[in-house]
Design a protein around this ligand. Structure first.
Ligand SMILES: Nc1ncnc2c1ncn2[C@@H]1O[C@H](COP(=O)(O)OP(=O)(O)OP(=O)(O)O)[C@@H](O)[C@H]1O
Ligand SMILES: [Mg+2]
Length: 316
C-alpha cells in the first residue's frame, strides 16, 4: 500500500508513498490551495480505509526524508520542511475532525447517562412515593370495609398481608433502581443488596467475589452497578441460569468485572450494535463502558453460558 506504482493519488485508494510525495511536490512547487485540497482528500481516503495516524506519519516522514536528501541548499531544505509541515497538517485534519466528533459524541453519551440516572431516580421516587400513597388509600378502604362488613375481616386480613408484601417489594425495587448504598458506601454493598433481592425473587444463586476495597470514581461505580444489574436481569430473563458469579479484578489503573452465568448462552453475533434487533440492554452497557474509555466483551455460545467482561480505566 505504501510503495505502489502510482504517481498520483487515486481518490478511492489509501495513500502510497509515491502518490504522497507527488502531491507534496506539486504543493512545494507552489500549486497552493488545489494541492492542499488533494492532501485533505488523501487524508480522508486514508481514514476511510482504516490507515492509522501513525502509519500516515510514517509515510510523511519517509517522503520528507527523500525530498530533503535531494535538496540542493539549506534554504531549499528550510522551504521543504515548512511546506511539508503545512501539507501534513492538512492531510491529517480529517483525523482531527473525527477525533473531535468522537470526543463530542462521548461527552453527549456521558450527559445522556446522567439523564438516565436522573430518570431512574424519578421512577424510583414514583414507585416509592406515589405507589406508596395509592397503597395507603387501599389500606384505608380496607379498614372502612372491615367496619362496614365485619364478617369480611378474615379476607381483609389476608389482603392486608399481600399488600404488606407488595409494599416491601416496591420499596426494595425502588432502592435497587437508585441505590443510596451506591452513592454513600460504594459498589460492594450496593451489589450485595441488589444480589439479595434478585436471588430472593428468582431463586438464582449469586456469588460476588473480589469487590474493590476502596471507593472508585463515581461514574465508574455507577457503570459497574448498571452493568451488573442488566446482566442479572438478562440471566433471569434469558439464560435459565442457576448461578451467576460476579468477580472483580483490579489491575494497575483499570477495574475489570467478570459476570458469568451457567445458562443457555446465545449467539453474540446477533447482538452487535449493527445487527441487534433485540433489546438495548447489552448495547447500553457497552456504550456506558465506552463513554468512560472502557470496553465490554461478551463471551457466549449456545449451551455454554455467558460471560461479560467489562473493563474501565480508573482515571476516567
Ligand atoms: N445471559 C444471557 N443468556 C442468554 N441469552 C442472553 C443473555 N444476555 C442476553 N441474551 C440474549 O441477547 C439478547 C439481547 O440482550 P439485551 O440485554 O441487549 O436485550 P433484552 O434483554 O432482550 O432487552 P432489554 O435489555 O432492552 O430489556 C437477549 O434478547 C437474549 O436473547
Ligand atoms: Mg436485557
Amino acid at each position: 500500500m505504501i510503495d505502489g506504482p502510482d504517481s498520483t493519488m487515486p481518490s478511492e485508494r489509501a495513500p502510497c508513498g509515491k502518490a504522497y510525495v507527488s502531491i507534496l511536490e506539486t504543493y512545494l512547487k507552489g500549486e497552493g490551495e488545489p494541492a492542499l485540497q488533494r492532501a485533505y482528500e488523501m487524508g480522508r481516503t486514508a481514514l476511510a480505509q482504516g490507515v492509522g495516524l501513525l502509519e500516515l506519519a510514517r509515510i510523511h516522514h519517509t517522503c520528507l526524508e527523500t525530498l530533503l536528501a535531494c535538496a540542493a541548499s539549506a534554504q531549499q531544505r528550510e522551504t521543504i520542511l515548512c511546506g511539508a509541515a503545512d501539507f501534513f497538517a492538512e492531510c491529517i485534519s480529517p483525523y482531527e475532525m473525527t477525533y473531535r466528533g468522537f470526543r463530542d459524541a462521548n461527552s453527549a453519551l456521558r450527559r445522556f447517562n446522567s439523564v438516565l440516572e436522573r430518570e431512574a431516580k424519578r421512577i424510583a421516587h414514583s414507585l416509592h412515593d406515589e405507589a406508596g400513597q395509592l397503597l395507603v388509600a387501599v389500606y384505608i378502604a380496607l379498614t372502612n370495609l372491615t367496619q362496614d362488613v365485619p364478617q369480611a375481616a378474615g379476607h381483609v386480613a389476608n389482603i392486608r398481608e399481600l399488600l404488606d408484601q407488595i409494599e416491601a417489594e416496591l420499596r426494595r425495587l425502588s432502592h435497587e433502581l437508585t441505590p443510596a448504598l451506591l452513592k454513600d458506601f460504594g459498589v460492594a454493598p450496593a451489589l450485595k443488596y441488589l444480589a439479595e433481592g434478585v436471588s430472593r425473587r428468582s431463586g438464582l444463586r449469586i456469588v460476588i467475589e473480589g469487590t474493590p476495597e476502596g471507593r472508585l470514581p463515581e461514574p465508574v461505580e455507577a457503570a459497574l452497578y448498571r452493568v451488573a444489574q442488566e446482566s442479572l436481569t438478562n440471566a433471569v430473563r434469558h439464560a435459565r441460569a442457576t448461578k451467576v458469579t460476579i468477580r472483580f479484578r483490579q489491575e494497575a489503573a483499570r477495574i475489570f468485572c467478570h459476570i458469568r452465568d451457567d445458562g443457555v448462552g446465545f449467539d453474540t453475533e446477533l447482538t452487535t450494535p449493527a445487527t441487534s434487533e433485540r433489546g438495548f440492554g447489552l448495547i447500553g452497557i457497552r456504550e456506558r463502558a465506552g463513554s468512560l474509555g472502557g470496553t465490554l466483551e461478551i463471551i457466549s455460545a449456545a449451551g455454554a453460558g455467558t460471560e461479560l467482561v467489562v473493563s474501565i480505566p480508573l482515571e476516567s
